[in-house]
Design a binder for this molecule. Sequence first.
Ligand code: UDP
Length: 161
Amino acid sequence: MCFLNAHYANQACANPAYRRALAQADLVLADGSGLALAGLILKNPVRENLNGTDLIPWLFKELPSQRVKVYLLGARPGVAEKAARCLRGIHPKIEIAGWHHGYFPEDQTQEILARIALHKVDVLLAAMGAPKQELWLAEHLPETGAGLGLAVGGLFDFLAG
Ligand code: UDP
């Protein structure tokens, strides 16, 4: 699941791999007034204007009471850990399976995938900016075994303060 704002839509026009990743997503949510305006012009209005920093904390609050295992991937070193603490505060039943910063070299990908898969996570939050996070999820989500992959942009920075 990912978000699309006017800037990302422009990027997607010039980046076929990003377009394919968006097309592959189960849900692309419209973020910002640019997309709302485009929807009106194209006579295909968007139903809601949503962004990750609003939706994700709400989503976690609404989770059922059973434990949900979450892995945080992205942002600068140290930030995901702080964001994890904040998410636990929002919903104490969240089990943080782990985290990793988003500036790892390509040759560490397999190691990170193995780590996520080992924890059998339910939700993978990918916060590496667009389109990197969408491309990463499109390529690797099945290997992680996570039931849900969310591309969340600057959410960890926001949560970490
Ligand atoms: N980021 C990352 N790896 C990268 C590039 C960016 O983890 O190679 C992180 C960056 O530190 C920030 C997030 O991705 O936490 C992107 O934030 P931004 O606000 O730019 O994203 P947006 O919400 O606009 O997609």
